[in-house]
Design a protein around this ligand. Structure first.
Ligand SMILES: Nc1ncnc2c1ncn2[C@@H]1O[C@H](COP(=O)(O)OP(=O)(O)OP(=O)(O)O)[C@@H](O)[C@H]1O
Length: 258
């Protein structure tokens, strides 16, 4: 099987810091790929390069076999790659429905330029309700409720639902359970599985090893700006994975990166 998304030799430098150091990456259709690594290993930079938030200095990214070069996250979104960043990027005072559509509101038909046309609220609310229902977010009663009145888990749910609704090719989640309690984390992990069951692959960045080992199909271990190896959760223990990412130990047959 060909990877859906493939990065080769990606380099990103910030002054003297090399955040990505000839990094390779691949994501296969319908899989949950976890990306783990120590603080500062370059995980966020990798997903930013994939989602158009940073432009790599070198290397190539292919989506469905075609090279892509995003200059902005908007271009990545238009190509079907949706990202939920650690900072959720929601407008707390706006409703759930409005947050679902941020930047791509549906407008009533008309002759004027789109920004002058009235928002089509009933259609947006219907769509938002359908998407949240599809993902089993039945706890959210009122689609017009302001996001600031939701719990952390519900907010995260809305962000994941938004990404799942619009991410037609790839959904990227950066630490989606970091700030959540046990119950809320469970819900987000279920959402991740729901997205996969709809055939959409997910890239999950997380420091939470139990969560990673619970949901990931494959684990990309990132170290010193590059991919050290990819493991399957069934083949290694969590403490092995931590030892690999900190450099305490290397998987058999893998050399320390030059
Ligand atoms: N905008 C920036 N300007 C300068 N240096 C940066 C910038 N973004 C990242 N870096 C540096 O690049 C390196 C990789 O950072 P990155 O955020 O990608 O790591 P990470 O693996 O996601 O870390 P964490 O797990 O702590 O979030 C770090 O040394 C970081 O300080």
């Amino acid at each position: 099987m060909e990877p859906l998304l493939k990065g080769t030799n990606l380099v990103k430098r910030y002054g003297k810091v090399t955040a990505l150091d000839h990094c390779d990456f691949d994501l296969y259709p319908g899989e949950i790929l976890a990306v783990i690594g120590d603080n500062g290993a370059g995980k966020s930079t990798l997903i930013k390069a994939i989602s158009g938030a940073v432009i790599p200095d070198e290397g190539e990214i292919m989506l469905e076999g075609k090279p892509i070069r995003f200059s902005t996250p908007i271009e990545a979104r238009a190509a079907g790659i949706e990202t939920v960043y650690q900072t959720l990027a929601m407008s707390p005072a706006l409703s759930i429905a409005d947050n679902m559509f941020m930047g791509r509101e549906l407008r009533a038909p008309g002759l004027m330029g789109s920004v002058f046309r009235k928002l089509d609220r009933p259609r947006m609310e219907k769509f938002a309700r359908e998407k949240l229902n599809e993902l089993g977010l039945m706890t959210i009663q009122n689609i017009n409720q302001a996001v600031e009145t939701l719990s952390g888990g519900q907010r995260q749910g809305v962000a994941v639902a938004r990404a799942a609704a619009f991410g037609s090719k790839v959904v990227i989640l950066d630490e989606p359970t970091a700030a959540l309690g046990v119950k809320e984390s469970r819900r987000v992990l279920e959402l991740i599985r729901d997205v996969r069951s709809r055939g959409i692959p997910i890239i999950l960045i997380s420091h939470n090893m139990p969560h990673v080992f619970e949901v990931a199909d494959r684990i990309h271990i990132h170290r010193l700006g590059k991919r050290l190896c990819v493991i399957k959760p069934g083949d290694y223990s969590m403490s092995d994975a931590v030892a690999f990412m900190t450099g305490a130990k290397l998987p058999e047959g893998v050399a320390e990166p030059a």
